[in-house]
Design a protein around this ligand. Sequence first.
Ligand SMILES: [Zn+2]
Length: 105
Amino acid sequence: MKKLHTFQLHERAQAAMVRDMLEEEGISCLLRNDQLFGAMGEIPLVECFPELWVVDDEVYPRASLLLKGLLRSDDAAEGWICRCGEELEGQFGACWRCGSHRRTP
Ligand SMILES: [Zn+2]
């Protein structure tokens, strides 16, 4: 099992979306630390960051590629507003709420 990505706390919803998308691709993953808000203060903050783990090492490279496509981390673009009204940060290529892909104006 390998850790694919660590999300920021405010990216919790996106983390779940990425997990779902990878599972749809047949990649088994685990989202850790996604239910720990109640425990905050008792454990170090960094322990609460949602972590996405790929269960099968063999599909890790593929999962990594898919994640890159989803997050577009090389694109330090400005935030954008989806057609459903959700405000998203620039690194996200798809809306976590409705699943729409980003459209350039
Ligand atoms: Zn949307």
